[in-house]
Each structure stands twice: as C-alpha cells, then as structure tokens.
Design a protein around this ligand. Structure first.
Ligand SMILES: Cc1ncc(COP(=O)(O)O)c(C=O)c1O
Length: 364
C-alpha cells in the first residue's frame, strides 16, 4: 500500500546554523526549546515564513527579505497576534543570523507562535492569555523537489483533498495550521508514487500545490489562479509575474479548471523552496512534450540569474548580507526596538508588495 521510499523523499539537510535568533537575541540551537504544553503545540497557533538566501559573487544575498517579513507580519495580524516586532528588526535579525552562521547560502525560517506562560499557564483554545515568541532559524536546503526536478520536471497528481476555504482557514496567511491540509495533500501524493499534489479550491478550480503556487502555459500565455482560489500569495509567484512582464510574455490570473491542466502546453510550480519547477505529468497524463517547456525554461533561467545576482531584478530583491549596514535605532536586542529604515540595498526603496497585484486579481 505504501510506496517504500515515500518517507525518504525530502532533501538532505546538510548544514544548520548553530545559533537561532529569539526575541532580540541569539541563542544556541540546543537552547531553542518550547514547553510541551505550549498553545502552538495543541492548537497550531503559529505563523511563519520560508526565505532563501543565495550564494552570489558578492557573498550571501537574501531574496525578497522585506516582502517575506511583511507577509509574516500580515499573517500575524490576521491571527490577532499582538507583538511589537518591526519589519526592520526582523530583516536585520535575519541578516545578522546569516552573517553569524557563516553559511554561504541557506533557507531562513522565521516563526511567531503562541507559547506558554509557566507562571500563569492557560490551556484553553482562547489564545489571548498565551505569550508570543519569535524565532528565526537557518539551514542549508537543497532543491525541494529533488535535484533533477528543476530540469526534468516532476510527476504530480490532483489531490482528493481540497484547499482550505477562505472563510475557514485563510490561505493568504502563512499559518502553521494550514500545513495540516498541505500534509494531507503531500502524503497522499507520495503514497501514490507522485512527487507532489495539486489541490483544487472548494469550487473545483485549481488552487495550488501543498507548498507551491502553480502556473499553466497555453498558446504562449502564462496563466495562474487568482488569490480567490485560496492560494498563498506567493513571493516567487509575484517574481514570475514580474519576470513575464519583463520578457513580454502575457500573464493572466484567472480560474483554472482541472481539465485545463491536462491539455496545457507547459506547467510549472513556484515557491521559495521549489523555486521554478516544471511539471511533466499530472495524474499520469503527459504535459506537452513531457519535459521542461521552452517558456518555463526562459522564466527559470531569468529567475536563477536574478537570485544569483547575475541579472538586475525588476525591483531591489536581493539583500547582500556582507554589505548590510544596520540602522542606528533598529537594534535586534529587544522587541521594543523602534526601527527606522535600515541602510540596506533593499531598503532604499519600499519593496514591491506581492499583495498589491492581488487586488487586480479577484476578477474571475
Ligand atoms: C501553500 C503554499 N503555496 C505557495 C507557496 C509559495 O510561496 P512563496 O513563493 O512565497 O514561497 C508556498 C511556500 O511558501 C506554500 O507553502
């Protein structure tokens, strides 16, 4: 019944930063522990991010750091997490973590969650009595869907599990609890011998993968589901939309029927972890020529050139860790820091907000 090697299908964790940022200070990996009775463990009350830091000729560069941290703060706001973390503080903490880790490239994982006040413990669903904690960890993560996937593409299925409905669990918040749904999608796919599953929304339109947004190419047009299809507003998705505009490839955000996946010329996933990964079959139906298509290859090439710092990005998307100068006020030593704009390569101008394109999006 179970595919023998299904549980092993994850990338190797090679190197892990020995320190973790926690609420304004750096602590050792071994000290980054939570109590088993913490609210988050029982009720899934966390919001988090996944951010890549790429190796470039100018040293490690964090990709779209401010956009990720802005999404983290938006997720916290949706879940009424009342904290005093600031965008600048989180960005500076991330840069310092990479500097201190010595890693030339890594994946950053900021997380805010409801923990436990051991003096006045509270165990109910009501999250308000529980204190909030914020941590940022880092490790070197390879290609999420396997090394060959970037070139060869992956074999995927349409999941029997639907994506979350917007008035049950908001998919636009990157909340830990959403990933129970993602786990159902992923486990079903792996168990049946696929690399990944694509979930439909509650109306039967294509939504997204368990940890990726999806794009379809038809007659030279790039098509992707709108925010109203219960997708996470992906930052890689936003990057691909910008890249397509630069390459003068038309992009349409609209509802996609499941059957349209089967007859697409090309399909690909996007995500911080998955980057731009071609899809070569869905439900054992070959997509296009059954290998990475030409438009996917063009977009992928530009994406990788940008992330490696070899091509100018449409916005200031790379924060070069070695060139980073923290602002005078924005100390990482405490929650209460009132940060001003830091002197970073990204901070000079306000980042493009991946959410801004979504207002135009809810048009299907
Ligand atoms: C459910 C889901 N959709 C989409 C994405 C892609 O988002 P991003 O490109 O911001 O990583 C992710 C990854 O974070 C995800 O978990």
């Amino acid at each position: 019944m179970f595919s023998e090697d299904a549980p092993k299908k994850d990338v190797k964790t090679v190197r892990i930063a020995s320190e973790i940022w926690n609420d304004g200070q750096f602590i050792n990996w071994n000290d980054a522990r939570v109590h088993v009775m913490s609210h988050v463990i029982h009720y899934g009350s966390s919001v988090f991010e996944g951010i890549r830091c790429y190796a470039t000729k100018r040293g490690p560069a964090i990709y779209r750091l401010r956009e990720h941290m802005r999404r983290l703060l938006n997720s916290a706001k949706i879940y009424r997490m009342d904290h005093s973390l600031t965008l600048d503080q989180l960005c500076e903490a991330s840069v310092e973590l990479v500097q201190r880790s010595g890693l030339d490239q890594c994946y950053l994982r900021p997380i805010i969650f409801r923990s436990l006040d051991e003096e006045r413990p509270a165990f109910g669903v009501n999250p308000f009595p529980n204190p909030l904690s914020c941590y940022i960890g880092a490790w070197d993560w390879g290609k999420y869907l396997g090394d060959e996937a970037i070139e060869q593409g992956v074999d995927v299925c349409v999941s029997t599990w639907n994506r979350l409905t917007p008035n049950s669990m908001p998919a636009m918040a990157k909340a830990g609890a959403n990933y129970m749904n993602s786990q159902l999608i992923k486990m079903e796919a792996l168990t049946n011998g696929y690399s990944e599953g694509i979930a439909l929304d509650d109306r039967g339109f294509v939504s997204e993968g368990s940890g990726e947004n999806i794009f379809l190419i038809h007659d030279g047009k790039v098509i992707t589901p709108p925010l109203s299809s219960s997708i996470l507003p992906g930052i890689t998705r936003d990057s691909v939309i910008h890249i397509c505009r630069e390459l003068q490839i038309p992009v349409v955000e609209t509802g996609i029927q499941r059957a349209a996946l089967y007859v697409a010329d090309e399909l690909f996933f996007t995500g911080t972890a998955a980057e731009v990964t071609p899809i070569r079959s869905v439900d054992r139906i070959t997509i296009g020529a059954g290998k990475r298509g030409d438009i996917t290859a063009r977009i992928q090439q530009v994406y990788f050139e940008i992330t490696k710092g070899e091509r100018p990005a449409p916005g200031e998307w790379l924060t070069y860790v070695n060139d980073f100068k923290p602002s005078a006020d924005a100390s990482t030593n405490g929650h209460k820091a009132q940060a001003s704009e830091p002197a970073t390569t990204t901070a000079a101008s306000e980042p493009t907000d991946p959410m801004s394109s979504y207002t135009a999006l809810v048009t299907d």
